[in-house]
Design a protein around this ligand. Structure first.
Ligand code: SPD
Length: 378
């Protein structure tokens, strides 16, 4: 890898308005690194493990390696959003053993009794996780989940198509800007909290508002922009829409944008086709997690697998594939330096502190659901 992905992203990030802090305190020292796994004899492993993850969020070779090393067959499936995952679990889906919900969704799932308790003291590799990522407010004491990867939500755009980086949510919501872009294709994330939060930032409101009037205003902004959008896709947009040049602009997660950049990287020009920017009105930072559904029948094996995911080489291989930052301090020694030193992938702490987390909005989630139904229904 040769080139910093997001030229100018630092300036854009620094332009973000100061807003709330992260889910935990400031950066802290890493725990004592260890590559240890629980002694295999200590865990009676199941024959099979069902892993349900976001699309393009792991190098599947890592799953094959676990299968070979431990003789556990992994059944792997993917989903497009936290809400899709929640709907599946609430509908009584049984059989999933390992899932990857984001911060606010962990709170919701704990509240709903959908997660099994875990024991991080029985996971030696938990010591590899940086202190900044442990004990988050959405899961105090890591009673239910371990951190997996984190990232930012912003705008991915076709290199060469824009005179200036489209560093405002106006590029998704202002009909004057949309009219010029729509013929070339715009995608938005098919994700209720993410899309509403982008509109809320655009309007100057909190992405975690519980105020019906503000949410109705966000809905109306989205409905006015919707005719200009080509697709709602948060699952395979990077490969089916971005890399294949079906669109020129997408509401995007940072690692997916970086995957599109590197998938189109041209040695001759030293550039990829896709760049990423964080809108100046503010943006979401998220932390995804590894958890076990309460109805999993293979919880010991699931915990064993979670410990495996925290091995430094394994966590590094995940980041080297997905381009999402790892919370694993010990993995840093194995992550590609060009990824680790890229502020568009690993934004510095002062930038991270200016981004906002989505939080559990309590009963206001019913207003969000109502807005989303109106948005998707029209
Ligand atoms: N392609 C994998 C994307 C996973 C990103 N997690 C999104 C968190 C949203 N709040």
């Amino acid at each position: 890898m040769k080139k910093v992905l997001l030229i100018g992203v630092m300036a854009l990030l620094l332009a973000l308005a100061a807003c709330g802090g992260g889910p935990s305190g400031g950066p802290g020292a890493a725990g004592e690194p260890t590559a240890a796994a629980p002694a295999d004899g200590e865990v009676q492993l199941a024959d099979e493990l069902s892993v349900y993850n976001w699309e393009d969020y792991i190098d599947e070779q890592i799953l094959r390696d676990y299968e070979e090393r431990y003789g556990v067959r992994i059944v792997y499936d993917t989903y497009a959003s936290n809400e899709d995952l929640l709907t599946k679990l609430q509908a009584g889906a049984s059989g999933y053993d390992v899932i990857f919900p984001s911060d606010y969704m962990v709170s919701q799932m704990i509240e709903l009794g959908l997660l099994a308790e875990i024991d991080v003291s029985a996971m030696p590799n938990f010591a590899n996780i940086g202190a900044e990522f442990k004990d988050p407010p959405y899961d105090p004491g890591n009673r239910f989940c371990i951190p997996y990867q984190w990232g930012m939500t912003g705008i991915a755009y076709r290199n060469g198509r824009f005179a200036e980086p489209p560093d405002s949510w106006a590029y998704l919501f202002d009909p004057a800007k949309l009219a010029a872009l729509a013929p070339d294709g715009i995608n938005v994330l098919n994700d209720q909290r993410e899309l509403l939060s982008a509109a809320l930032f655009y309007l100057g409101y909190s992405p975690n508002t519980t105020d019906r009037t503000e949410l109705e205003a966000a809905r109306d902004v989205i409905l006015a922009a919707k005719p200009y959008w080509k697709t709602f896709n948060s699952e395979d947009y990077y490969s089916t829409l971005m890399v294949s040049d079906e669109i020129v602009l997408s509401h995007a997660w940072s690692g997916d944008a970086a995957q599109a950049y590197w998938a189109t990287y041209d040695e001759a020009t030293g550039e990829g086709n896709w760049l990423f920017t964080v809108p100046q009105e503010g943006a979401v930072r998220y932390q995804d997690n590894v958890c076990i559904p309460a109805n999993s029948k293979r919880q010991a094996t699931a915990q064993h697998f979670m410990n495996y995911l925290m091995e430094p080489e394994v966590a590094a291989a995940i980041t080297n594939f997905t381009f999402y930052p790892s919370p694993n301090e010990a993995a840093k020694a194995f992550i590609e330096p060009d990824i680790l030193n890229n502020p568009g992938i690993y934004p510095p702490p002062e930038v991270r502190a200016k981004m906002q987390w989505l939080t559990d909005v309590g009963d206001a989630i019913f207003i969000y659901d109502e807005m989303w139904t109106a948005i998707k229904g029209q």
